[in-house]
Design a protein around this ligand. Sequence first.
Ligand SMILES: [Zn+2]
Length: 359
Amino acid sequence: LIAALKVHNAIPVAVGSGTINDLTKLAAHLTDRPYMCVATAASMDGYTAFGASITANGAKQTFNCPAPQACLADIDILSKAPTEMTAAGYADLFAKITAGADWIFADALGVEPIDDTAWSIVQDGLHEALADPEGTKNGDTKAVTQLTEGLMLGGFAMQWSKSSRPASGAEHQFSHLWNMEHHLNNGEHISHGFQVSIGTLAVTALYDLMLKTDFENLDIAAALKQWPTLEQLKEEALSIFKATDFPEIGWQEAKAKYIDHQELEKQLQTLKNNWSNIKKRLATQIVPFEEAKARLATVGAPTEPEHIGITKEKLRETFVRAQYIRRRFTILDVAVRTGYLEQWLDQLFGKDGVWDITT
Ligand SMILES: [Zn+2]
């Protein structure tokens, strides 16, 4: 594509969805010219995003490159896209619920303040845009318009922030990890939105448990006791990813967000003192698990890990591994730092849990 572009001065126009847009975006950037995209499915939020997600040397990577100068989305065309593509886009939009919750946490604990502009771009119309999964599935004009706008706005917010923080939290870390592990379902790649659907449900289930937890009585001393030193963290992070083709990333990313015992004590005190307020903000943000699952099922997105070839055991492992691969602060970090992760996982994957693996 780059070679073809270099022989003239034409402006490339990408007509297609994820991969076509991303390849054109990168090629346009590397040949130093603007480009335009014509969306053919409301399948993800990457059309208007800063950065291109491309598989290079066998691994999915994000390349820094500008968004298109213009993006054309004809709702008549988008609403006739294959239903699984629309379902994938709906799931990628649903992910902004948990991504927003993670940002609330990062904000409340003094890790990363909420940028009001980016927040408003993504979150203001979000709950409404997700309200009609049935209509979305059936290609209803209003529902598909709202979905498309929501996805485009997600891209704009990422441009504004020069970061994916407004649109991506722990649920995306699940998907990133599976990509890094070259996960396939019966030899087939799984769309970004379908991976994110399971990631979003997983993280939502964790939020449901967290919202039932009494952090006002958090035992800070116990939490500090289980928190590793930097040296212990290094050992742990390196051993977790030893057998992969990304042995260093866990250490590199976990180190970037590591805080020492003294700082952790302060952070947990903040959590404890402000829990009723934080809890209120989170409860308003989160769509409860059963409701989230019902809506994702209605639109035709996967709702069980097995639907995308992930066993329950692997899903449980992903909860533990995912927070190592990105420095972004999420609910997973809160779960680890408070010392609650294992007991919550025991509940989720235990008898009467959402994903019982005891039988
Ligand atoms: Zn996404």
